[in-house]
Design a protein around this ligand. Structure first.
Ligand code: FES
Length: 139
């Protein structure tokens, strides 16, 4: 099977995992092309959201969802809905970006979205963050 498929809108979707690799009620971090994503399985449905908390741009942690089925940031405790990325508990105020998911023959494909254009991305300065393209293998 190919590692990519097309979405209904013609976008390239990347294989990130098999359904059998994804336990229900747990958050899994995956990489799809340039995007770092958090995926969650509920029954036969899989949701994908950005893996970076919108509060202080810390990566979410793999592990169990809360008892309410929410994603909790390990840094300051913000909570997000895995269904629509909405904020359910402060201090975050902006939702997580939702990514389209397609299930095909037990495989999970996700639209990584547009690659962010980082202006003034000078990673030679102390404290500068690497661009998405400069990340190594992750996951
Ligand atoms: S970094 Fe996630 S709540 Fe602050």
């Amino acid at each position: 099977m190919s590692d990519t498929v097309q979405s209904s809108s013609g976008r390239v979707m990347v294989r990130v995992a098999a359904m059998d690799d994804l336990a229900e009620g747990r958050l899994k971090l995956v990489r799809a092309a340039h995007a770092k994503l958090a995926i969650v399985r509920t029954g036969e449905t899989v949701r994908a959201v950005s893996a970076m908390c919108t509060h202080a741009r810390i990566f979410l942690a793999p592990g169990n969802l809360t008892s309410d089925g929410l994603i909790e940031c390990p840094m300051h405790g913000a909570m997000f809905s895995p269904e629509d990325g909405s904020v359910r508990c402060a201090p975050a105020t902006k939702p997580l970006t939702v990514h389209e998911v397609k299930l095909l023959d037990g495989e999970i494909f996700v639209d990584p979205g547009e690659e962010p254009v980082e202006e003034n991305a000078d990673t030679t300065k102390p404290g500068a963050r690497p661009s998405a393209a400069q990340w190594g293998n992750w996951g």
